[in-house]
Write a protein that binds this ligand. Structure first.
Ligand code: ASP
Length: 321
């Protein structure tokens, strides 16, 4: 019996020694969208800060796809050794209702590390759009339905969700142009190829402040401190309209406890980091307190968001395939 158990004991011991020493090399954080966009921006701020307590560099790797559906699948299939983690947003909660063939299950295939931040969205348009405010903008869209186009980052992206809700609130349908992230969508918006989009403040704040895009409102219930002059959509007549984006950090299922604990505590250090909080606040985002940067808080929030959005999406009858 002893000689049968010995290799197993050795194996378990080696595994836990490995987990105790973790991390001994760079960690890769997968980003489901294009470089330079809102999720990438959040990832880079958090990755840099987490690298300090972990004593290793956290490298951001963009794995963009429309709707952000490939990176979670890649994270799910990565070795559960703590060297591949995933940042994702509300898409983790909305894609299960939007895709019939999704190849990952947000509630079964991941370890939860914790919540990162909340980000409001803004309705913006290219500067050639003549409308001076949201009311005029709606009138402009309705009058030019066959000419205007709406950019987003694919079905399942935050920009898709916001656009879908906006179009249904104003009972209008326009041409949708999907990208692998709102960074390339923003380039086309600035170039005048597409008319408008609803995108996170983490991507739109600098363009709004420099006057390169027109802004027609924020999607939060209250105005955003970093954009105090921009009215909410609710203030401008869209009663009850509210879309908030949140980010969380995940790992593949099966991380050993010491590895998960180190990732959780590094994330908690990052959300407590004044430089992180300031950068997010400058971009209109709110950093979660450390007691929400936990596996339980993320799991609970994800579940609540799936329960909130699934019936609304099913009612809207939107499917990606
Ligand atoms: N988060 C996406 C990006 O980083 C945009 C979106 O979800 O709309 O490009």
């Amino acid at each position: 019996m002893k000689h049968i158990l010995a290799p197993l004991v050795l194996f378990l011991f080696a595994g836990s020694a490995f987990a105790q020493q973790y991390p001994t090399r760079n960690i890769t954080m997968l980003v489901p969208y294009a470089a330079g966009g809102p999720t990438d921006t959040v990832a880079r701020v958090v990755a840099q800060s987490m690298g300090k307590p972990l004593g290793q560099t956290v490298i951001v790797e963009n794995r963009p796809s429309a709707g952000g559906i490939l990176a979670p699948e890649q994270a799910k299939n990565a070795k559960p050794d703590g060297y591949t983690i995933l940042i994702h947003h509300i898409g983790m909660a909305t894609t299960p209702a939007l895709y019939r063939q999704l190849r990952f299950n947000p509630l079964a295939d991941f370890e939860y590390i914790g919540l990162i931040n909340d980000v409001p969205m803004t309705v913006i348009a290219n500067e050639k759009v003549p409308a001076k405010d949201f009311k005029e903008f709606l009138a402009y869209i309705k009058a030019n339905k066959d000419k205007v186009s709406y950019a987003n980052a694919g079905i399942g992206a935050a920009s898709h969700l916001c656009g879908m809700l906006l179009m249904s609130a104003i009972e209008t349908d326009v041409l949708t142009v999907p990208y692998k992230g709102t960074a390339p969508a923003m380039n086309d918006l600035l170039g005048g190829q597409v008319t408008f989009m609803c995108d996170q403040t983490t991507n739109t704040t600098s363009q709004i402040k420099s006057g390169k895009v027109k802004v027609y409102g924020v999607t939060s219930a209250k105005r955003v401190a970093s954009l105090p002059d921009v009215p909410t959509l609710q203030e401008q007549g869209l009663k009850g309209f509210e879309v908030g984006i949140w980010h969380g950090l995940y790992g593949p299922k099966g991380l050993q406890k010491p590895v998960l604990d180190k990732l959780v505590s590094a994330l908690q250090e990052a959300v407590k980091d004044p430089a992180v909080q300031k950068r997010f606040a400058d971009l209109g985002a709110t950093t979660y307190p450390a007691d929400k940067a936990t596996p339980a808080a993320l799991q609970q929030h994800l579940k609540a968001e799936i329960d909130k959005w699934s019936p609304l999406i099913k009612k809207a009858g939107v499917y990606a395939d």
